[in-house]
Write a protein that binds this ligand. Structure first.
Ligand SMILES: [Zn+2]
Ligand SMILES: [Zn+2]
Length: 347
């Protein structure tokens, strides 16, 4: 039996590099991909550390892969061995009510490779090979590196939240809370979409410096400064759009406090079940629209590829570290530190 190197999670905080059987594309419509690059997402890190508990062991996480098709299964017609591809982690049936409404991330028969958001979890991309379905694949443009292409899924999530759901318009004054890799991708999308003022809010000096380097007009420290008065100094009329791309409930509360009449706001980063209060009458008279966005769709993936291929967004700029799969423990250590943005694993 052919084997491959994989990082197998046997329990929380028990990630082992080991040889496991190489997957075969046995089921109709499936392909096996030789993984070239995979980003480490915050949710992967949380799975390893036991912060995210919806993990069934043993598990291979990693859901942001790019690679080369190694083998195609029966009935695969649109892709062939050797094609350079990008993989959408949320697999979908294309036939259920949600898929037909274009919400493939709600698919009733869906699966996810190496991530969460669906009950059916397939082994992910912190491995030399992974198996997925043909309809989860996108051809990688030749000019795009595998590392840049591995950021398609997070970039697509940023586009879906900022542009598709919150309908950002050219000239909008935008506030993005959180300048980690997701916040920075939201910022790059907002810049490409024509943001006027682009304010980043993050307690980390490293993150604020990254935000300014990528085109934020201002960066605010919400701990050392009064974020609300600083925002209203910079934009006296208040923000047109606020994106919470941070995670902590305090960030959602800060977002709510920054609203003026008509502000659109997006609950984008938080995934934990914590609560915040809204004043009913105030929310009524503010007339702001609240959106939320998770996961990705084939449309968002296609747009993200176009943003990178056209040069509107350069995802290489937020890659701070690269590690071979054999050094994944070191990569996870860097993930836990402060001075990093996107960390890439090359299996
Ligand atoms: Zn992710
Ligand atoms: Zn479906």
């Amino acid at each position: 039996m052919e084997t491959m190197l994989a990082a197998v999670l046997h329990d929380f905080n028990d990630l082992r590099l080991e040889q496991v059987p190489r997957p075969k594309p046995a089921a109709p419509g499936t392909v096996v991909v030789r993984v070239k690059s995979c980003g480490i997402c915050g949710t992967d890190y949380k799975a390893v550390k036991g912060v995210r508990t919806n993990v069934t062991f043993p598990a291979i996480v990693g859901h942001e892969p790019s690679g080369i098709i190694a083998e195609v299964g029966p009935g695969v017609i649109h892709f062939k061995e050797g094609d350079e591809i990008i993989c959408q982690p949320m697999g979908y049936c294309g036939v259920c009510e949600h898929c037909r409404a274009s919400n493939t991330h709600y698919c009733m028969h869906g699966f996810v490779t190496g991530g969460d958001g669906q009950d059916d979890v397939w082994p992910g991309a912190f491995a030399e090979y992974m198996c997925t379905t043909e309809n989860s694949l996108f051809l990688k443009p030749a000019g795009l590196s595998f590392d840049a292409a591995a950021l398609t899924e997070p970039l697509s999530g940023a586009w879906k939240g900022v542009v598709q759901y919150s309908e950002m318009r050219v000239g909008d004054d935008v506030v993005i809370i959180g300048a980690g890799s997701m916040g920075l991708l939201c910022q790059m999308v907002a810049k490409a979409a024509g943001a006027a003022q682009m304010i980043a809010i993050d307690p980390s000096p490293y993150a604020r410096q990254q935000a300014l380097a990528l085109g934020a007009t201002h960066a605010i420290d919400p701990v050392g400064e009064d974020a609300k008065s600083r925002v209203y100094e910079i934009i006296p009329g208040g923000p047109d759009l606020i994106i919470e791309a941070a995670g902590p409930i305090e960030a959602v509360k800060l977002m709510s406090s920054l609203r003026r009449r008509g502000t659109r706001w997006n609950v984008f980063g938080i995934t934990t079940h914590e609560t915040f209060e809204l004043d009913g009458g105030l929310t009524h008279f503010l007339e702001g629209r609240m959106d939320a966005s998770f996961g990705t769709t084939p449309l968002a993936m296609s747009r993200a590829i176009r943003l990178m291929d056209s040069g509107l967004v350069d995802t290489e700029k937020i890659i701070s570290h690269r590690f071979p799969l054999s050094e994944i423990h070191q990569a996870l250590k860097v993930m836990g530190g402060e001075e990093r943005t996107k960390v890439i694993v090359n299996p």
